[in-house]
Design a protein around this ligand. Structure first.
Ligand code: B12
Length: 128
């Protein structure tokens, strides 16, 4: 019998969004993969450690909360040092938030809703 492929799943850094990665893990398990599920709020190093310990075939990680770029600084190099291939999707496939905000804005504009120029439009993230 062919060996089951092993994958590591989870959301990285301070990201608490766990629903998508749970669904993804379930789907891969149902499809016959061996899934090591790290869940959410997982430091990047733990993905590498888990991949090495289980001789995993792939790490499938996501970041939804907008801080992925910061959380993954240096991650590519650490993966290369550990002998793991790494792939990031192009930014045009990661524009969910911008598209949603643009759509919500266009919809309000169409309904005649306006904000005053005194509006403070600074983005509020989790980090300074
Ligand atoms: C539910 C939710 C929450 C819940 C999370 C509950 C939980 N326990 O998971 C709560 C309320 C806690 C939350 C908090 C926050 N959230 Co929130 N949240 C969402 C929301 C509405 C839905 C996410 C979700 O679960 N979708 C359902 C699942 C099934 O879909 P999914 O996650 O997309 O996963 C699917 C695919 O993407 C794919 N997939 C997922 N992972 C992977 C990985 C790989 C490798 C592959 C191939 C595929 C894949 O497969 C999945 C199954 O189909 C989204 C908006 C949205 N519509 O997506 C915002 C959203 C993700 N949140 C957002 C933000 C900003 C936050 C906060 C920072 C808000 C704040 N200022 O406090 C915090 C962050 C908290 C933290 N520390 O992480 C933003 C992110 C902005 C960005 N990326 O630019 C979003 C996009 C909303 C928005 N438009 O502003 N959130």
């Amino acid at each position: 019998m062919a060996k089951k492929a092993t994958i590591i799943t989870g959301t990285v850094g301070n990201d608490a969004h766990v629903i998508g990665t749970k669904i993804l893990s379930r789907a891969f398990r149902d499809a016959g993969f061996n899934v090591v599920e790290l869940g959410c709020l997982t430091p990047p190093e733990e993905f590498i450690q888990a991949a090495q310990e289980t001789a995993a075939d792939a790490i499938l990680m996501s970041s939804l909360y907008g801080m992925g770029e910061m959380d993954l600084q240096g991650f590519k190099d650490k993966c290369r040092e550990a002998g793991l291939a790494v792939f990031f999707p192009p930014p045009e496939l990661c524009t969910d938030n911008a598209a949603m905000i643009a759509f919500a804005g266009a919809w309000r504009l169409e309904r005649g809703q306006r904000s005053l120029l005194s509006l403070r439009a600074a983005a509020a993230g989790l980090r300074p």
